[in-house]
Write a protein that binds this ligand. Structure first.
Ligand code: ADP
Length: 421
């Protein structure tokens, strides 16, 4: 059976978030890790989300991988492809959101593409073309201090124009509230005025459903997971009450591990709490930089902990500590060192029985999933908005959670483990 809806996500937690939305809306959904090839079998999936680690990759590489993924999805039958990025528009002035959008537009006849980061369930809303995080402008939110993609502007128009080839216009909330026909008319007006990107106001899920209906015939749709909310209905899916196959929690496989590389406030609060409950160890970035064998030390420490308790290993630090580390080693190198260490630990510990793994952080999840060699994920039940349990598809499955840094309440890790049998 051919897939009907495809997506290319610029990080792994974002991919899982999107899969969760599509599964909740009634589509059989699979997440593939990395660019698929001729041997990749999407099974009976109706929707396939290709997870790339392209958010902070060199732009040329990000474009190449996105186009390869796009071509594969189209060859599999996808009628529409979502370019998925973070609902906080995580990117630098060089991209990679804009350059990927431009490359996908070149590949299709698209005259105009929606830019729709809104995800109201996660507190991300867009009004008058400005992005808010739980009521704060993006540029006033904790995203201003992100280690890799600090967001210091809340205007989606400016953000998009700075990193792309064309100009952007806004489809205001007043128009969205008039319904899909009015939105389509707004697209035409923006295109006639020479704009390439339509920044979508949306503050409630109902707005996203209107936008979903309005983009029914567009080959590419760009946005956060929210932009997908209304797409399954275009394909005759019944929505929340009509899940084709109820999903059950993946069986718990052996010992429980939490690996955190996110420095976002939500993850920091989750780590603080979990560290008061379970054995916890912080990665020493200075020791990593000196080339000491931190990974093996952490491995031995984790193996020595009581087998019936989750074990927590994290790079997570406060903004001041992150700034100090970055001033010593540079942001990219510091991030890579932590990611490599957590990836290495995931690999060695999973071999030795830790096969129920929660990862916090988008880039971190990319590093961990790559180190584990996971190729595809089945989507399980939702733990918190945007975060489901997943199970790797293959001979010896791993139960995995890939949590975007800022998602989930303080008790997220306990809630997640509590969902397992
Ligand atoms: P989020 O989902 O919150 O954006 P990510 O994993 O995408 O989280 O990004 C966090 C980045 O910060 C990663 O590259 C990670 O390796 C890096 N990092 C983690 N701990 C530290 C630290 N103590 N100092 C500097 N960088 C860190």
């Amino acid at each position: 059976m051919a897939i009907v809806l495809g997506a290319i996500a610029d990080d792994f937690t974002g991919a899982t978030d999107l899969c969760n939305t599509l599964a909740q809306e009634g589509m059989r959904t699979v997440q593939l890790i990395g660019v698929p090839n001729a041997n990749t079998d999407p099974g009976d999936a109706e929707a396939v989300v290709v997870a790339l680690k392209s958010r902070t990759a060199p732009t040329d590489q990000a474009i190449e991988q996105s186009l390869d993924a796009y071509d594969w999805l189209i060859a599999q039958g996808a009628e529409q492809v979502i370019e998925k990025y973070c609902s906080t528009f995580d990117s630098t002035p060089q991209g990679n959101i804009g350059p990927i959008t431009d490359a996908l537009m070149d590949r299709t006849d698209a005259k105009i593409v929606v830019v729709c980061p809104a995800a109201p369930e996660a507190g991300r809303t867009v009004y008058q073309g400005h992005l808010f995080v739980w009521g704060d402008l993006l540029s006033d939110s904790s995203m201003k201090d992100h280690p890799l993609t600090p967001m210091r502007d809340a205007s989606v128009v400016r953000l998009m124009e700075r990193q792309s080839r064309g100009s952007a216009g806004v489809v205001p909330l007043q128009v969205v509230r008039q319904g899909p026909e009015a939105v389509r008319a707004a697209f035409s007006a923006l295109a006639d005025a020479g704009h390439r990107y339509a920044v979508m106001d949306a503050i409630e899920p109902c707005d996203l459903r209107v936008i979903g209906a309005a983009v029914r015939d567009q080959p590419i749709v760009s946005g956060g997971s929210g932009v997908a909310l209304g797409l399954p209905a275009n394909l005759g899916k019944a929505g929340r009450l009509g899940l084709p196959e109820p999903v059950s929690p993946p069986a718990a496989h052996g010992r429980k591990l939490v690996l955190a590389g996110s420095c976002s406030p939500a993850t920091r609060a989750q780590i603080m709490r979990a560290a008061s409950l379970w054995p916890a160890r912080r990665l020493d970035v200075d020791a990593l930089a000196k080339g000491l064998d931190v990974v093996n030390e952490c491995y031995a420490w984790a193996m020595a902990q009581p087998a019936d308790q989750p074990v927590l290993i994290y790079g997570t630090a406060d903004p001041e500590d992150v700034a100090a580390i970055q001033s010593r080693y540079g942001a990219a190198r510091a991030g890579e060192m932590v990611e490599a260490a957590l990836g290495g630990l995931a690999k060695s510990l999973s071999i030795d029985g830790f096969r129920t793994v929660i990862v916090a952080g988008g880039e971190t999840s990319g590093a961990v999933v790559s180190a584990l060699g996971v190729e595809a994920l089945r989507i399980g039940p939702q733990i918190a908005p945007g975060v489901p349990w997943t199970a790797s598809i293959g001979d010896t499955p791993i139960a995995l959670v890939l949590k975007s840094g800022n998602f989930g309440s303080e008790t997220f890790f306990e809630d997640a483990f509590g969902l397992l049998a």
